[in-house]
Design a protein around this ligand. Structure first.
Ligand code: ADP
Ligand code: MG
Length: 263
């Protein structure tokens, strides 16, 4: 059964999509069959994984609202890395969900069909907080939270932790934080200070891996490639490989500490 992990931070531009596609790519190098669910109407993950908008017929929108029986799984150029694409019409689902019972649980129910087919399912969430984000969090058992290494990042993180608490309390969904990690890290005094601050406040929830600011990571999507096929020797690629290793190791920790892995 797949571990279902949402990449969550309600701030935009912090590295969620970059993480979903590149972590996904590197999980496959450890023989983990991985599905990326693009759940952002901006569909950046879909295009980074090679989808051309004109080729798109049906998307996650039709899937999770039960509007189609079609197979929505696309193969990426990387073996064992598949994805379910998104499209701008996903934003319309917000209006359609409002009047439905159990509106927070639609994506979870939909993903049940795929859990036995994969080792990992990564959900790429949109920025901002909406019923789409809540559906994504409820569909996942775990979250990872990328934090951009910048001055205001801790405020955003506090909000993200509050949202997770609300999901636990109000929806009785015991979502676990597998790790918080820094993205666009630079070796300068500000980055160091933010790192210390994070560790002081969140202790071992902060992962060891730090994703550096690396132009190759920003360039790869324009070639519809993950960093694994675009520049596997880059600094960014090496750290996404380490992140994959750390996430795989956390499965063992999670098993041992089951029940007290929540902050
Ligand atoms: N480690 C990094 N180094 C350099 N650029 C990055 C890095 N991570 C993300 N980017 C770039 O920053 C922008 C925002 O990243 P993205 O992953 O799309 O964030 P989000 O999904 O949280 O909105 C994109 O243009 C992306 O290519
Ligand atoms: Mg994104």
């Amino acid at each position: 059964m797949a571990r279902v992990i949402a990449v969550f931070n309600q701030k935009g531009g912090v590295g969620k999509t970059t993480t979903a596609v590149n972590l996904g790519a590197y999980l496959t190098t450890f023989s983990k069959k991985t599905l990326i669910v693009d759940f952002d109407p901006q569909a950046n993950a879909s295009s980074a994984l090679g989808l051309k908008p004109l080729e798109l017929n049906k998307s996650i929108y039709h899937g999770f609202l039960n509007l189609t029986d079609e197979n929505l799984i696309n193969a990426s150029e990387i073996k064992n890395l598949d994805f379910i694409p998104s499209a701008p019409h996903l934003a319309g689902a917000l209006v359609e969900l409002v009047n439905l019972d159990n509106r927070e649980f639609y994506l979870r129910k939909f993903l049940h069909k795929f859990r036995h087919l994969y080792d990992y399912i990564l959900i790429d969430l949109p920025p901002a907080l909406s019923l789409l984000t809540i559906n994504g969090l409820v569909a996942a058992d775990e979250v990872i939270v990328p934090v951009q290494t910048e001055y205001y990042s801790l405020e955003g993180l506090t909000q993200a932790l509050e949202v997770l608490d609300l999901v636990r309390k109000n929806l009785r969904h015991n979502i676990v934080i597998t790790g918080i990690f820094m993205t666009m890290f630079g070796y300068n005094p500000l980055s160091k200070e933010i790192e210390k601050n994070l560790k002081d406040n969140l202790g071992d929830k902060v992962l060891k891996t730090k994703i550096p600011r690396d132009l190759a990571l920003a360039e790869a999507p324009s070639f519809s490639k993950t960093i694994l096929s675009y520049k596997p020797s880059s600094k960014g690629a090496k750290q996404y490989r380490k992140l994959a290793e750390e996430i795989i190791e956390s499965e063992i920790k999670l098993d041992k500490n089951f029940g007290n892995f929540i902050i």
